[in-house]
Design a binder for this molecule. Sequence first.
Ligand code: PLP
Length: 461
Amino acid sequence: MNYIGTRGFNEHRTFSGALLDGLAPDGGLYVPQTWPTPDFDLKSASAGGYGDLTVKLLNLFGVNVLGDHAVKAAAQRTEDAFLRNGEVPLTKLDDNLWLLELYHGPTHAFKDMAMQMMAPLTDAALAQRGKKLTLVTATSGDTGAAAVRAFAGSEHVKLVVFHPLGRVSPVQRLQMTTVQADNVLNVGVEGDFDDCQRIVKALLSEPVLKQQGLISSVNSINWGRLLGQVPYYLAAAAHSGADKPEFVVPTGNFGDAFAGWVARKIGGNVGHLHAAVNRNDALNQAINNGKYVRRQATETASVSMDVQAPSNFERLVYEASGRDADVTRTLFNDFAATGDVTLPADLQAALKAEVSASTVSEETTKATIKLAYEKYGQVICPHTAVALAAALERRSDAPQIVLSTAHPAKFPAFVTEALGFEPKAPDAITDLYGLTETLTEMPADVAAAVTTVRSFIEWID
Ligand SMILES: *Cc1c(COP(=O)(O)O)cnc(C)c1O
């Protein structure tokens, strides 16, 4: 099983090549050269142990190039992050309606699922090549926290996380800064998230840093992140007992929803896929109106979904176009150049056949948090509320599984506004207060970032 790029890159990469590259050399995203057919009984594997299912899926996608030990370690860590008291975290709300709680990992948000898998695989890929890697990432909260927890103590990876000072929630900051690991550097930037992203982008093409070795990013275009999100669709569907349940996915970069698409593509018991977005709704506009337009993202309560150019949309376009690399390259090059493209009518129709989408307002999000509590006895986070609202709006006889992506206590302000009381935090969150924090502060300046990262790399070498 090798990997090719969505824009025509055709020198087949192994899984570890795709993992370490992140992006294909021509700017495309990696996808399997063909979608594999399971060589095992997918139905019974989906109903069996989560770790075993994950091992089988990883091997199906060529992760076995890293050896059995790495595959097992990655599957074990994903299983630990996924299970709730040893079981598939599916909560029945009503007839034919379930929540799948993806927040029982170390940072209580679903990014753990991807990062807990990616860290051991990255380490193994680097060990195999005798290389070290510096990962740099910008975060508005969840990704950075999940990455710090996952990569802390990694032998071959140095991780630098940039977050906007004072603009992530206290819980999110503490989840990053209280991890004491020599290979992790937390940087608070005197600026906003866009400043952090600009800095990371500049660092990735900084010649001085490239000379010091491999440098890459953990952002959601990486195929290694996506793979960690496929098994839970299969396990949830099997454990619901439903036939081809519909999945409603709170969507930002479309990584989670695309993982659901993969689960269905390989023959899993997955029915319709629906992407629920907040008012940053570029994806919804593309699918429903055929217009893909870049707009400034604005802050909402479901802050981890405040995305206006969803990176994994490119994978969906590639597949919906019948794997047409020319169509895909033209569309995303035009989008990069003009920020405003009209999709060909046949492509839009093909996209609609793969996945539907809808937008949920802030008022409806808040009302849905209240409804979930009053009607179903569940306290949910704003991201989950966006998906539940979209699911309820679509409700028919079809079984529905709504992905619940973060613990409500990570977003206490909005949840408290909706409910009139504060969500109860798990011990792992309350215990963070009072721990020692390690944080480097820095102006929003690329030159300062280069100096900071250089001295960190040299110090740790
Ligand atoms: C990242 C995130 C999402 C969106 O997932 P994508 O894969 O970017 O679509 C939803 N909810 C939470 C809590 C997140 O952290």
